[in-house]
Design a protein around this ligand. Structure first.
Ligand code: NAX
Length: 327
């Protein structure tokens, strides 16, 4: 049987953590033959640590055959020791009256410390997924704080946007989600993201030609996907958790186990592809094989798409410039 791998999860006692840990421990992320050791990080405050203990009691009570070990931590320097995977979910939410700059600064502090800890103690091949918002910029900060790790070890979660887009297209065309291929989401995990179905096929037919409605694309589809998080908060009273955890599982599973040539969306550091400045943590279409992702290159970008990409890029550059002095 396989040697256990170490999976660190931060914000483990939060609502995404609660929807995520049981699925990791049951083998849905890394395979039904891959034992895992969970290294769980929560804030060093009694309430958070107590809640984490409760979650760990429930994990025990599942008696998962693949759960080879479990640890509670309050310090990233111990939580990330030798970790092969790190899902950075915990972040500072925007409090009442908190300005955007304060939010960026509070998160910069968290992700600088966590990036440094990963740099110091994690596996040199660690795969890092940042879920905590602002996800792209937090991932950028962690990457910049870990100079001894490859930039490509750091990614941000755009997969929820990707899955939301796929689901909207399936509903519009009346086809199953599983029939959709070659969908892409460009840019920031925010309402400015650009979900792009120009290359997508559904049962082999062009999605763009099947829908054939640029007004729907611009006025219905993109705003629906972009504002989906807000719509869920309005309906549920709390932010998306199960769908976010599901997207994190999809992202890590595909990165680790491969996509068999199919496209998925990941936020990854640019190497200059599509004119995105180097190191900007940007949503791109990728394929994954042998534990590596590869940006799909050479796609034509039309005028409408370029304007959408420019807008989401400008937002990311603004976030980066807002934290640059803190790095
Ligand atoms: P919760 O507030 O339920 O849980 C967050 C947990 O993180 C809390 O238990 C808190 O104690 C812990 N935490 C905070 N700072 C920490 C730190 N420095 N180290 C370790 N633990 C820490 O939030 P939840 O609903 O689980 O959401 C978590 C994050 O995901 C938020 O930032 C949220 O905005 C973000 N999201 C990102 C999405 C994406 O697609 N990238 C979608 C869903 C979600 O909104």
């Amino acid at each position: 049987s396989k040697k256990p791998v170490r999976v660190a999860v931060t914000g483990a006692a939060g609502q995404i953590g609660y929807a995520l840990l049981f699925r990791i421990a049951s083998g849905e992320m890394l395979g039904k033959d891959q034992p895992v050791i969970l290294q769980l990080l929560e804030l060093p405050i009694e309430k958070a640590q107590e809640a984490l203990r409760g979650v760990m009691m429930e994990l025990e009570d599942c008696a998962f055959p693949l759960l080879a070990g479990m640890e509670a931590h309050s310090d990233p320097m111990t939580a990330f020791k030798d970790t092969d995977y790190a899902l950075l979910v915990g972040a500072r939410p925007r409090g009442p009256g908190m300005e955007r700059a304060d939010l960026l600064a509070a998160n910069a502090q968290i992700f600088t410390a966590q990036g440094k800890a990963l740099n110091a103690v994690a596996s040199r091949d660690v795969k890092v997924l940042v879920v905590g918002n602002p996800a792209n910029t937090n991932a950028y900060i962690a990457m910049k704080s870990a100079p001894d790790l490859k930039p490509g070890n750091f990614t941000a979660m755009l997969r929820l946007d990707h899955n939301r887009a796929a689901s909207q297209i399936a509903a519009k065309t009346g086809k199953p989600v599983s029939a959709i291929k070659k969908l892409a989401v460009w840019g920031n995990h925010s309402p400015t993201m650009y979900a792009d179905y120009r290359f997508a096929t559904i049962d082999g037919a062009s999605v763009k030609e099947t829908i054939n409605d640029q007004v729907w694309n611009q006025d219905v589809f993109l705003p629906t996907v972009g504002k989906r998080g807000a719509a869920i908060i309005a309906a549920r009273g709390v932010s998306s958790a199960a769908s976010a955890a599901n997207a994190a599982i999809d992202h890590m599973r595909d990165w680790a186990l491969g996509t068999n040539g199919e496209w998925v969306t990941m936020g990854v550091p640019s190497n200059g592809e599509y004119g995105i400045p180097k190191d900007v943590m940007f949503g791109f279409p990728v394929t994954c094989a042998n534990g590596e992702y590869k940006i799909v290159e050479g796609l034509p970008i039309d005028e409408f798409s370029q304007a959408c990409i420019d807008k989401t890029l400008a937002e990311l550059i603004g976030e980066r410039d807002g934290v640059q002095h803190l790095l």
